[in-house]
Design a protein around this ligand. Structure first.
Ligand code: NAI
Length: 306
């Protein structure tokens, strides 16, 4: 059965080109009404212009879909609030938010400027926070919401020259992890996309042959799945060139050390057990770590039966 979005309203940030454009067009093709948001401007976040969003709206209309253009800078809460109002005035609901807008200010950490760091955090992290915050009450009141944050392998695993970008991209995972707990009872599901795609952001960084395979259109199905009625929750889907996988944050089972071994030397002596993947699992919430550790300590100290 085909997955459709008839009657649903979606906001896709930074959808004037690249990945966002592809997400917006496919959502509209499958029935969603779409706010095509884009500040315009260059890959480093300088400048602005409204043509990009308008041209994607025209593409959607040519396909028989419904869309409106919006030029909000996601880093500015007042502009984001106005965007949400625009969608509510036009269509009266917001079901889907795809936080996609992003910029790059790559430099090795030794050469990094703090202002670049702050701007990258502002666009990726605060942009995602702003858009999510502005839609949150609408989605809670509706008892329905599907949110995607866009992370990156750069945040999950690290990439030379991308301390600012990697920090911001990992921060949105922290945001997702807690939002799912607070949004669960309102059927708000939050997932993350870790894409790899040939766009202006990666032009010149990826060999030409790979660039041709890494089309945004091969990534978009992962986003559409994450914003569907039967979406997963708290899942990081990695996608590129038609390949899909899931990234997880896991914790090893670990080991409780006797009081006399609770020393750096004790840690060194037990390093293999501490890092062993056997029994490793993905905690569902932060308190599980406290429960696990106190349980191990009570067992080790003979305060409970093994
Ligand atoms: P892109 O540069 O083609 O598109 C990003 C869009 O966001 C641009 O149209 C830009 O005008 C818009 N934008 C930038 N700052 C904005 C702001 N403050 N407010 C509103 N719109 C703004 O880049 P691409 O590759 O399509 O990236 C999309 C997302 O995917 C970004 O979050 C990026 O970090 C992420 N990503 C991309 C990867 C790739 O391989 N292309 C890899 C990992 C993550």
């Amino acid at each position: 059965m085909s997955i459709r979005y008839d009657g649903k309203v979606a906001i896709v940030t930074g959808s004037g080109q690249g990945l966002g454009r592809s997400h917006a067009i496919e959502l509209a093709r499958r029935g969603a009404k779409v706010v095509v948001n884009d500040l315009g401007g260059s890959v480093d976040g300088s400048g602005a212009g409204s043509e990009a969003a308008q041209s994607v709206v025209a593409e959607i209309e040519a396909l028989g879909g419904e869309a409106i253009a919006n030029g909000a800078n996601v880093a500015r809460y007042d502009e984001v609030e106005a965007m949400v109002k625009q969608a509510m005035d036009q269509w009266g609901r917001i079901d889907i938010l795809v936080n996609n807008a992003g910029i790059l200010r790559d430099k090795s950490f030794a050469k990094a400027e703090l202002d670049d760091f702050k701007l990258v955090m502002d666009v990726h992290l605060m942009g995602t926070v702003n858009c999510t915050k502005a839609c949150w009450d609408v989605m809670r009141d509706q008892g329905y919401g599907r949110i995607v944050v866009t992370t990156s392998s750069s945040g999950l695993y690290g990439n030379f020259g991308q301390t600012n970008y990697g920090s911001a991209k990992m921060a949105v995972i922290g945001l997702m992890n807690t939002l799912v707990q607070e949004g669960g009872k309102y059927d708000i599901r939050v997932n993350a996309l870790a894409p790899t795609a040939g766009t202006r952001m990666t032009e010149g960084l990826i060999p030409e042959e790979a660039f041709a395979l890494l089309t945004p259109e091969t990534v978009t199905p992962a986003v559409l799945y994450m914003v569907s009625e039967d979406a997963p929750n708290k899942t990081i889907i990695c996608a590129g060139a038609g390949a899909y996988s899931v990234a997880r944050i896991v914790e090893t089972d670990g080991v409780w050390l006797r009081p006399e071994e609770q020393t750096p030397e004790g840690i060194a002596a037990h390093w293999d057990e501490i890092t062993s993947a056997e029994g490793e699992r993905q905690p569902e919430a932060g308190f599980e770590q406290t429960v696990k550790f106190t349980g191990k300590a009570m067992e080790g100290l003979g305060l409970v039966d093994k």
